[in-house]
Design a protein around this ligand. Structure first.
Ligand SMILES: *Cc1c(COP(=O)(O)O)cnc(C)c1O
Length: 430
């Protein structure tokens, strides 16, 4: 099956006159339509709120767009909290689902009035020591251990993951929180990543709903919100069948009516912390073929590298590639599409069937809107690219400039060598 990019060759040829490749570009229309669909899918739940996992795409322009649909920020670090704060998203608009959290981050979150979602029972005391008194609202992250299984097999392995309270700790934890004066309680779990099935949320929800009922019965603590977290996947591979958020929302609704409503918990709010599903498909990395190499294999060298998109190098992740202007040509060539890092895993595609590529062709690497730019780094002294927004009216807005050598060397500011570096920067033209 094919997967068409949201930008055309003609658009890219126009864009590169102002913003050279490589760059990440985001599709405003797609982000808006999807955010709207998410809200509609959970409209049956009065307290529903999506907290966008900021780590997936920490761009303030995109967060602002999502916020128009009532979306808050799921943060897990100091700078993510700062970003949320700077956008005016504070209080209940912040979910702080961090782990191994430094004291100053808890303090900052509390100052902003964000909801602290504890990753471990020992953090109850840790937070109490920092704040003097626990906030009135607190959430706990659950890890059931074992494996997370669905009808089509094992989805993930919570027993091996570093996150969350054990079942026993959870019961104990809520007791302690109540004794320490906490008044509003939440429950959270993230048990499988990038699930491409409409069953994940409903099955997770069932497990958490039953647990919340048990907590009420055994501990006498009423859980007021249940946070299904992230993990709703996207179809990186065009042969997969995409998730349908309406079906997912209805699936959660069904188990809500089966489990929570009869237990007198029909007021419980559903929260989500989706990242990938909110922006993943609506971002693309645009890069130009600058070399071709014929050795033991056929290589296409592009001007982007793993610094711009780490997922293929890091997880062997598949990202679909379209050669712009050659959408309808047969994929009768086999290439490794590679970046310039001195690392042999810097390959966007291995043995990929593509149309014949010429130097100068623009390639769209799909589905980079989440965990794409955000995972970038500076290995080999490579600089991070710009981020662009393709607006609904077809215009293009720069929403983050590309890094410059100044940025790369900025942390040497104050050292003797910095003066010499500044001189070198002046002598180069990029
Ligand atoms: C990464 C993360 C998310 C988002 O995950 P996606 O797979 O992008 O949906 C949500 N919550 C927490 C705590 C996370 O660490």
């Amino acid at each position: 099956m094919s997967k068409l990019p949201f930008v055309t060759k003609e658009q890219v040829e126009e864009i590169v006159k102002t913003y050279p490749t490589p760059f990440h570009i985001y599709d405003e229309r797609g982000i808006r339509q999807n955010a709207q669909a998410v809200q509609e899918a959970f409209a049956w739940n009065k307290g529903f709120k999506e907290y966008f996992a900021v780590k997936a795409c920490p761009n303030p322009f995109l967060i602002q767009i999502l916020h128009e649909y009532g979306v808050g920020c799921d943060c897990s670090s100091l700078t993510e909290l700062m970003l949320s704060d700077a956008l005016g998203l504070v209080g209940d608009d912040i979910m702080f689902s961090s782990n191994e959290t430094p004291a100053e981050e808890y303090a900052y979150c509390a100052k902003l009035g964000g909801i602290i979602n504890l990753d471990d029972i020992t953090h109850i005391e840790f937070v109490e020591n920092i704040l003097g008194k626990l906030p009135e609202t607190m959430s706990c992250r659950y890890n059931p251990g074992g494996v997370f299984q669905m009808s089509n097999g094992i989805m993930d392995n919570p027993g091996d993951s570093k996150y969350g309270f054990t079942t026993e700790q959870l019961f104990e934890g809520y007791k302690i929180l109540r004794e320490k004066g906490v008044k509003h309680f939440g429950l959270h779990a993230f048990l499988a990543s990038n699930t491409v099935t409409n069953e994940y949320y409903p099955q997770l929800a069932k497990q958490l709903f039953e647990l919340a009922v048990q907590i009420k019965e055994k501990v006498g603590v009423q859980i007021e919100f249940i946070n299904l977290s992230g993990g709703v996947g996207i179809t990186y591979d065009p042969d997969q069948t995409a998730n349908d958020i309406r079906v997912i929302g209805e699936g959660v609704h069904k188990v809500y009516d089966e489990v929570l409503v009869p237990a007198g918990m029909g007021e419980t709010a559903i929260y989500t912390e989706m990242g990938r599903f909110m922006t993943g498909p609506y971002g693309a990395l645009v890069t130009q073929a600058i070399h071709e190499k014929h050795t033991y294999k056929e290589y296409i060298g592009v001007d982007a590298c793993a610094v711009n998109l780490m997922r293929p190098a890091m997880y062997g992740a598949y990202h679909h590639i379209t050669v712009l202007g050659k959408e309808d040509m047969p994929c009768d060539h086999t290439y490794d599409v590679v970046g310039s890092l001195c690392e042999n895993n810097d390959k966007f595609a291995i043995d990929r069937k593509l149309p014949g590529i010429d130097k100068g062709d623009y390639l769209v690497i799909h589905d980079t809107g989440a965990h794409g730019y955000a995972m970038g780094y500076n290995y080999n002294g490579k600089l991070k690219s710009a981020e662009l927004l393709l607006k609904e009216d077809g215009s293009v807005q720069l929403i983050r400039r590309a890094e410059t050598p100044q940025d790369y060397f900025a942390t040497l500011d104050g050292f003797k060598v910095y003066e010499a570096l500044k001189e070198r920067i002046k002598t180069i033209e990029i």
